[in-house]
Design a protein around this ligand. Structure first.
Ligand code: GLU
Length: 465
């Protein structure tokens, strides 16, 4: 028997990939990789009204960005409706499903009556043992599963432990709608079976569904998969996560300059831990991931923590890769000369930024078009004193032939002695003139990638202003 682990990530393309979904995908991916198995991507697109191509693209982009690659082709649930229906009719034939001819009005009355008697508003099994007459047949029936009336349904959940449901609380739920289309409850189980899914890892909002889905498996004599229901992510104050709590979509984090490895690492640790280790490489994630160690209580989103994790990964990231990301995110054409300039400054600036966007902004001075736009500061560079000082600095600079860090240092040393000036008095205005803002690194390092000619031009722009 083939006992390879197969997990699945099964998003509905009705909205963007949010961080909860991404974490579910990550845990599925890690579990599959840890067990030398496979992860299938199943798009649950049967709700044609609410499914959109934009949402689908967003989900796929987010997964690709995070490196959560799936195995094999994408499985689109809507292409397998025939298979879902086939199973529904098998259940009907084996006497494990039945047609229900209740009208919508009747069902809502049934609900009201149950509530008024203090009972739970579940279907009252009216059609479980009844055949329709000619009048009943005017209604297009739904197909319901005949769930057991007695006993218990037990879920041996790897995260939640042993969960028991009294079968009397599990209603005869709908498996085919009156138009013949399968419900999520049925389609999901049939697909899991068809795909050979061994392990279902998903949000604990699906725990109740598991109790129903196991019953479909049992009535079909299929071995139910193993379940792990992970607690949802809550906001920092413990309430349900909403848009107000900050960016929820993975694409927002990408847009805001977060690194994929930082988001992955943060998501991994959101609800799972391994001693007090903070940061994990992908290989360590796979090696140490253990589903039983997922916390049972909801994780809380902490955006400050995520920012710190991001700044850690930014510092760690290889300079060449960062440069590539900057070219891409800033949408600038690749240019070897600019790349060389970036290489000189990036080690100094990446330690001062928390996101890729912050870093890109600091680096922008290298390729800004002249005249440089000077931001408003409380420090005024347009005074006669500064003008004179910068003019004489320009004269000193013009005399230089070669260009490296030592030469720049000597240039400043000589200039300070000759003009009896303190470094800050020339460095501060120069920094503004050359970058238009305050790029927070030593003045020598700042000048080096710009080169002599460009510095002279920018100084002239200022003097001619
Ligand atoms: N399509 C469902 C969702 O997006 C997932 C169902 C499942 O994992 O069984 O919530």
């Amino acid at each position: 028997m083939n006992n390879q682990v197969i997990t699945r990530f099964a998003p509905s393309p009705t909205g963007n990939l949010h961080i909860g979904g991404a974490r579910t995908a990550l845990y599925n991916w890690l579990f599959a990789h840890k067990n030398h198995g496979r992860m299938v991507l199943r798009i649950e697109d049967t709700d044609k009204e609410r499914s959109t191509d934009t949402a689908l693209e967003n989900i796929l982009d987010g997964m690709r960005w995070l490196g959560l690659n799936w195995d094999g082709d994408i499985y689109y649930q809507s292409q397998f409706i025939k298979k879902h229906q086939e199973i529904a009719y098998q259940l009907l034939e084996s006497g494990n499903a039945y047609y229900c001819y209740c009208s919508a009005d009747e069902l809502s009355k049934m609900k009201e009556d149950a509530l008024s008697q203090g009972k739970s508003p579940v279907y009252n099994n009216k059609w479980r043992e009844r055949l329709p007459n000619e009048i009943d047949k005017k209604i297009q029936p739904v197909l319901r599963l005949k769930t057991p009336l007695k006993g218990k349904t037990i879920i041996n959940d790897k995260v939640q432990g042993l969960i028991e449901y009294d079968n009397k609380d599990i209603d005869d739920f709908i498996i085919l709608r009156s138009d013949g289309t399968p419900t999520y409850m049925l389609a999901s189980v049939v697909d899991d079976h068809e795909l050979g899914i061994t392990d279902i890892i998903r949000g604990d909002d699906h725990l109740n569904n598991a109790a129903r889905q196991i019953n479909i498996c049992l009535l079909m004599s299929w071995i139910p998969p193993s379940y792990s229901h992970i607690p949802l992510i809550h906001s920092s104050n413990g309430t349900k996560l909403s848009k107000r709590d900050g960016a929820l979509s993975v694409s927002d984090y990408k847009k805001d300059g977060y690194l994929a490895e930082a988001v992955l690492n943060y998501l991994l640790r959101l609800g799972w831990s391994y001693g007090d280790q903070e940061f994990f490489s992908i290989n360590e994630m796979i090696e140490f991931f253990n589903i039983e160690k997922i916390h049972k209580s909801p994780a809380r989103l902490d955006l400050k923590k995520l920012l710190n994790v991001n700044s850690h990964y930014l510092k760690e990231k290889n300079d060449d890769e960062l440069i590539k990301l900057i070219f891409k995110s800033e949408r600038i054409l690749f240019d070897k000369k600019l790349e060389e300039k970036m290489k000189l400054i990036i080690p100094h600036l990446k330690t001062k930024s928390k996101t890729l966007n912050e870093l890109s902004e600091l680096i922008r001075y290298l390729y800004q078009e002249r005249p440089i736009e000077i931001k408003e500061f409380d420090f005024n560079i347009y005074t006669p004193e500064i003008n004179d000082l910068v003019t004489s600095f320009k004269l000193s600079l013009e005399k230089i032939d070669n260009w490296d860090l030592m030469i720049i240092r000597d240039l400043f040393d000589n200039f300070l002695v000759n003009t009896n000036t303190k470094l800050i008095d020339i460095a501060k205005p120069l920094r503004i003139i050359l970058t238009g803002s305050i790029v927070p690194t030593g003045i020598y390092e700042l000048l080096l990638p710009l080169g002599k000619a460009e510095i002279l031009n920018r100084i002239s722009d200022y003097l001619n202003n």
